[in-house]
Design a protein around this ligand. Structure first.
Ligand code: HPA
Ligand code: ZN
Length: 347
């Protein structure tokens, strides 16, 4: 079914229950908070105002962004900083009617600059607990390894995570993709799996289909982050469809990092048409110009998504989550109830 007006579509997107599965918590650091934390922690930053920070956010590829992203996280020093960062994100997506989030953090981005693993994770976990009790948002935490670092360093990070394994749902792989194929991390991912952790990896954001195959065959991922370049390989598309592998697609990120030239070229609608389990996510919302609903809304406008597409995307966000079967079923029902109520009102 199609919408009768853009306003109707916007209202439908705004209130549909949804989950976010691809969000780097450090990428939700808004310029205003960057300034406040720089002041609180007496950290020098090379910008005079929040507006100046925003002006610096013009990227031509992933590496351009990563350079600024690692610089930005330098203001995060205390457990309270990580709490404030994470709680601000949850409050923001609460307004988007997100009811579940599976968030990434980059411990090596902090330990490398002398901030203890425990400081970062304790603040994030405390906010996750409060998001559950105060906002009714459930969440899980995924620890990413920086792929520009060595596998040995990833092993050391996994070791540091030992006391927290009951609070970590899985491990992921992020940072500079080209030149750092998934095969580089096969052993540490096998260890993580043996420890009972889920595995995900960024693949096919900039990297070729071979990297995606490696993520599937060698890292044995439970979910794929991005996956845009899967569409270049028919056998890969068939594999992803047959296994109903969730893809955590990030449209505004793809636009900001020049993975696509314009949103109208985004492959999301094509992915859905091919029967792939695509989801919509924000990646690094403060850097890429939009949170969860902004991503849905911009993509729906550019690709003329209809109501079935939006429902499919929202349902996929739960189907592709690491929630248990019952919680997934309940969330799908909640979406069905939402749709019935919406139809009744516009009746
Ligand atoms: N890609 C890879 N690594 C990242 C990203 C991303 O979009 N955001 C934060 N780390
Ligand atoms: Zn990402």
């Amino acid at each position: 079914m199609s919408f009768t007006s853009p306003e109707q579509r916007q209202a439908f997107i705004a209130a549909i229950p949804k989950a976010e599965l691809h969000l780097h918590i450090e990428g939700s650091l808004e310029p205003e908070m960057m300034f406040a934390l720089a002041q609180r922690n007496a950290v020098d930053i090379p910008f005079a105002s929040a507006d100046e920070v925003r002006k610096a956010y013009a990227f031509s590829n992933l590496q351009d962004f990563l350079d600024i992203y690692y610089q930005g996280m330098n203001v995060l020093r205390t457990e309270q900083d990580f709490y404030d960062l994470t709680m601000a994100y949850f409050e923001r997506i609460h307004a988007d009617n997100a009811i579940h989030a599976e968030i990434f953090f980059d411990p090596q981005g902090h330990t490398e600059r002398g901030i203890a693993f425990s400081i970062a994770i304790d603040g994030i976990l405390r906010a996750m607990d409060d998001a559950g009790s105060k906002l009714g948002i459930s969440s899980q935490l995924i620890m990413c390894f920086l792929r520009h670092l060595s596998e040995k360093e990833a092993f050391a990070t996994l070791e540091e995570a030992s006391p927290y394994l009951d609070r970590i749902a899985g491990v992921g792989l992020d940072s500079s993709e080209m030149g750092h194929p998934p095969s580089k991390f096969a052993k540490v991912f096998a260890k993580a799996k043996a420890l009972g952790l889920k595995t995900v990896a960024h693949a096919g954001e900039e990297g070729p289909p071979e990297y995606i195959w490696e993520a599937l065959d060698l890292l044995k991922i439970d979910r794929m982050d991005h996956g845009n370049r899967s569409l270049e390989d028919e056998a890969l598309v068939k594999n992803l469809r047959d296994n109903q592998m969730a893809l955590t697609v990030c449209p505004l990120s793809n636009l900001a990092l020049c993975v696509i030239d314009k949103l109208e070229d985004h492959p999301l609608k094509k992915m859905l048409g091919l029967g792939l389990r695509a989801t919509v996510n924000s990646d690094d919302p403060s850097y890429f110009g939009g949170y969860l609903n902004d991503n849905y809304e911009a993509t729906a406008t550019a690709l003329n998504l209809d109501k079935d597409d939006i429902v499919n995307l929202a349902k996929n966000s739960f189907r592709g989550s690491f929630l248990g079967e019952d919680a997934i079923e309940q969330s799908l029902q909640r979406i069905d109830e939402y749709v019935s109520e919406f139809d009744r009102k516009i009746g």
